[in-house]
Design a protein around this ligand. Structure first.
Ligand SMILES: *Cc1c(COP(=O)(O)O)cnc(C)c1O
Length: 456
C-alpha cells in the first residue's frame, strides 16, 4: 500500500515558477552559488531541513496561546514537562537553537588540551569545540564512510577507536563523549541502540558522561524500530526514552525533530553543571525560563516534540525520503546508500566522474539541477571542505556529495516525483556538465559566500 502524507493541508503558500532563461540569469547573478539565490527564485527548496518545517494547526494555536511572561511562563513549564517525560533529564535549559546549547556546553567543559569524541561532529559542534580550544574527533565505523555500501546502522561509532582514543589522550582530557543521532554529516544514517549501549559501557568503564546530539532523535528511534531486532514491537516513544536514558545529557536543535522554525535546548542530570550552564545562559541567551526564545516558541516546541513521535508521521517521513532515493536509483542515478532520515545525497564522484574534485563536481550538479528545474540543493564536498596544500594541490574530503534535504511536512509526493524527473534529466546529460572554479572565497566556511564560474 502507498504510504500517504498523514495530514491534510489547511494553509498553502504559492511557489514561483520561472523559465530556464530567467534561471540562467539569476544563477549568474548569484555567482553560481545557490546560497546566494533569492528564495523566491527557487521552486523547490531542498537546501536544508533545518527550521523549514510546516507547523501543525495545534502548534499555530499554541503560538497564539503562548504566555509571554519573562519569568516562570506557563509555556516554559509545558515545554519542561514534555521534555522531562520524553528524556528523563532533570535539568532542561531552552536555547534559541542547537549551536547555542553547544556553545554553552563547550565553553564549560571544553578548552585547550581537551578532546571530544563523537561518531561525526556536526560542523557547528566542531566549530564550538574548536573555538573553546579543544579538539573534536570523529570516530565513525568503517562502513559509514562507504557511500555505495548498504547497511542498517551506518551512523554507529567505532567502539575500539573510542577506547584507543581515551587511552591515547588520557581519560582526564576527555570531558565527555558525544553521539549524534542520526548522523547528519554522514548522510542522516542511524545509530543502533546496541551501539549507544556499547558507548555507554565504555563511558561507565572510564567514568565519563555521555551526551547525545539529539537533533533527529525521533527519526533515529524509528529506524531502530524498523531495523533492530527486539524493537519491532516497542513504541517509538519508549525507544526514544531508552536512548535518552543511556545518556547523561543532550544538546538539540529543535529546528529538526522539534518540528519548529527556531528553538533548541541543553539538558542534563548533573545539577552543578546545569547551574553553571544557566549562568552562561543568562549572560548570552536570556533568563532560564525562555533562553533567547519567545515563550510562544516554547509552546510550539512542546507540541512539536509530541507530534514528531507519532509513528504514522515517522513511517511517512522515512518512506518519503526512501521513495525519492528509489526513483533516482531505478534510473541509475548514483546516491549514498541507503537513504537516511532527512535527505537524499547524490554521489557526485560517480555522477560526474569526468570532473575532478578540484573543479567541484557537486557544485556543477547543484547548479545544473537549479537550471533544469528550479530545485536548490547543497554541495557537501570540495567546495565545503576542500583545502589547498603547501604544494598548491587540491585536497578534497572522502566524498563529493550533493544533499537534497526534505523539509518536514512541506512537499507532497508529486513535488518529489518532479524533483526525481529533473535530476534524472540532468543525469542523462551528465557528459555536458562542466567543472567550476572559485573567483572569490572567504577565509572561513567559504561555501556560504563563495563566487564561482565555469572553467573554459
Ligand atoms: C542543525 C544541527 C546542529 C546545530 O543546530 P542549529 O539549530 O543549526 O544551531 C547540531 N547538530 C546537528 C546534528 C545538526 O543537524
Amino acid at each position: 500500500m502507498t504510504i500517504i502524507e498523514p495530514f491534510k493541508i489547511k494553509s498553502v503558500e504559492p511557489i514561483r515558477f520561472t523559465t530556464r532563461e530567467q534561471r540562467v540569469e539569476m544563477l549568474k547573478n548569484a555567482a553560481y552559488n545557490p546560497f546566494l539565490l533569492h528564495a523566491d527564485d527557487v521552486l523547490i527548496d531542498l537546501l536544508t531541513d533545518s527550521g523549514t518545517t510546516a507547523m501543525s494547526a495545534l502548534q499555530w494555536s499554541g503560538i497564539m496561546n503562548g504566555d509571554e511572561a519573562y519569568a516562570g511562563s506557563r509555556s516554559y513549564y509545558r515545554f519542561e514537562n514534555v521534555l522531562r517525560a520524553l528524556t528523563g533529564f532533570t535539568h532542561i535549559i531552552p536555547t534559541h537553537q542547537g549551536r547555542a546549547a553547544e556553545k554553552i556546553l563547550f565553553s564549560l567543559v571544553g578548552g585547550a588540551g581537551k578532546v571530544i569524541p563523537n561518531n561525526t561532529h556536526f560542523d557547528t559542534t566542531r566549530a564550538n569545540i574548536e573555538y573553546s580550544g579543544a579538539v573534536a574527533v570523529d570516530l565513525l565505523n568503517a562502513v559509514g564512510k562507504q557511500p555505495s555500501v548498504r547497511a542498517d546502522f551506518k551512523g554507529n561509532m567505532d567502539i575500539d577507536a573510542l577506547v584507543a582514543l581515551i587511552e591515547r589522550v588520557g581519560v582526564e582530557n576527555v570531558p565527555l563523549v558525544m553521539v549524534t543521532v542520526t548522523n547528519n554529516s554522514g548522510g542522516g544514517q542511524p545509530v543502533s541502540m546496541a551501539n549507544i549501549k556499547a558507548v555507554r559501557a565504555v563511558c561507565d568503564t572510564y567514568k565519563l558522561p555521555l551526551f547525545l546530539d539529539a537533533c533527529r532523535f525521533a527519526e533515529n528511534a524509528m529506524f531502530i524500530k524498523m531495523r533492530e531486532p527486539g524493537y519491532e514491537n516497542v513504541s517509538v516513544r519508549d525507544i526514544a526514552h531508552e536512548m535518552f536514558s543511556l545518556a547523561d545529557g543532550a544538546t538539540m536543535s529543535a529546528k529538526k525533530d522539534g518540528m519548529v522554525n527556531t528553538g533548541g535546548f541543553l539538558a542534563m542530570h548533573d545539577g552543578a553543571l546545569a547551574e553553571r550552564a544557566r549562568t552562561v545562559l543568562i549572560v548570552t541567551e536570556g533568563f532560564p525560563t525562555y533562553g533567547g526564545l519567545a515563550r510562544r516558541d516554547l509552546e510550539a516546541m512542546a507540541q512539536g516534540l509530541e507530534e514528531v513521535l507519532e509513528e504514522d508521521y515517522l513511517r511517512y517521513r522515512l518512506r518519503s525520503v526512501e521513495y525519492f532515493g528509489d526513483k533516482l536509483r531505478a534510473a541509475g542515478v548514483p546516491i549514498l546508500e541507503p537513504t537516511g532520515g532527512h535527505a537524499v545525497y547524490l554521489d557526485a564522484k560517480r555522477f560526474a566522474p569526468h570532473i575532478p574534485p578540484s573543479q567541484f563536481p557537486g557544485q556543477a550538479i547543484s547548479c545544473a539541477i537549479y537550471l533544469e528545474g528550479g530545485i536548490r540543493g547543497v554541495e557537501i564536498g570540495s567546495l565545503m571542505f576542500g583545502t589547498t596544500n603547501e604544494q598548491g594541490e587540491h585536497v578534497g574530503p572522502d566524498m563529493e556529495l550533493v544533499r537534497l534535504a526534505i523539509p518536514r511536512r512541506v512537499y507532497t509526493q508529486s513535488h518529489i516525483d518532479y524533483c526525481s524527473e529533473v535530476i534524472i534529466n540532468v543525469y542523462n546529460q551528465r557528459e555536458s556538465l562542466r567543472g567550476m572554479k572559485l573567483t572569490y572565497e572567504a577565509e572561513y566556511l567559504r561555501h556560504f559566500t563563495a563566487r564561482l564560474e565555469y572553467v573554459e
